[in-house]
Design a binder for this molecule. Structure first.
Ligand SMILES: Cc1cc2nc3c(=O)[nH]c(=O)nc-3n(C[C@H](O)[C@H](O)[C@H](O)COP(=O)(O)O)c2cc1C
Length: 237
């Protein structure tokens, strides 16, 4: 299915807004990093208030600032803003019965911005076959010590999330069912790209329905960090 009347994506004008002068003049809403960390949390209910072009530019700019193994930079983002594309997205990742009945995610589909994040494993095989990386002997995907393509895509995902909070917006990150098969057909996603998840972002509504996941309280730094050596207590996960 073709996407009708697709507006030019803001990220297609990346060069323009990467200029330092542009960034200094537009980034007026930003808050300090500590504040961003404290404010960051998952939202599942949104109003239909639009997200501005500048906000979207700032958010996708964050993706360009992320590290990647071998500087492969293979993560890709599908940025959906117009209502038709967003509706096509929701139809591809969820059943109408879920959308109409779920209370925990009521008004999630009002979020005016959706960003689907893709990893590309093949790109790493290609990158690590080049002269400067051949020494690493990473000749097949199973040779990699960990899935660099997923790590890099997750880093981009985290940067996007913090950038969204920096714009005083809220978001939900969620996984895509069935490895995005339906999404692949709808948006003509190339075979080399696999969605690792999507972010729905916008202005959070006042509706607050606690997620079941919240029954797991946040761990303290002490609980997360192991000093010097693992012991019997630290094995408790
Ligand atoms: C990989 C991943 C998948 C997630 N999938 C969902 C999801 O399908 N639905 C949902 O409501 N939240 C989802 N979340 C959000 C988590 O439930 C949330 O981050 C967690 O409960 C902690 O809450 P906080 O983000 O407010 O700190 C997901 C988060 C991650 C990192």
């Amino acid at each position: 299915m073709k996407i009708l009347n697709r507006e030019p994506l803001l990220c297609e004008r990346l060069n323009e807004f990467q200029q330092p002068e542009y960034r200094q003049s537009t980034n007026v809403n930003s808050v300090e990093f500590d504040e961003i960390l404290k404010k960051r949390r998952t939202h599942r209910h949104f109003t239909s208030e639009p997200v501005t072009s500048n906000q979207i530019r700032e958010i996708v700019y964050a993706a360009t600032r992320c590290p990647s193994a071998g500087h492969t930079q293979a993560t890709r983002l599908l940025v959906l803003q117009d209502p038709i594309s967003r509706e096509m997205f929701w139809s591809s990742v969820s059943q109408p019965s879920w959308r109409n009945s779920t209370v925990s995610h009521q008004d999630l589909d009002l979020a005016p911005l959706i960003i689907v994040i893709f990893e590309n494993a093949e790109a790493y095989l290609h990158r690590y076959s080049r002269d400067d990386k051949r020494y690493a002997n990473l000749n097949s995907l199973s040779d990699f010590p960990s899935p660099y393509w997923t790590i890099d895509a997750a880093f981009v995902g985290m940067a996007l999330q913090l950038a969204i909070v920096n714009q005083n917006l809220g978001y939900l990150f969620f996984g895509i069912p069935d490895r995005g098969e339906k999404l692949r057909q709808t948006f003509e996603i190339p075979p080399s790209l696999l969605p690792i998840g999507a972010i729905a972002a916008g202005h959070p509504s006042s509706l607050e329905i606690s997620s079941s996941s919240k029954r797991n309280p946040k761990l303290t730094a002490q609980e997360i960090c192991i000093s010097n050596k693992f012991n019997r207590n630290s094995a408790k996960l």
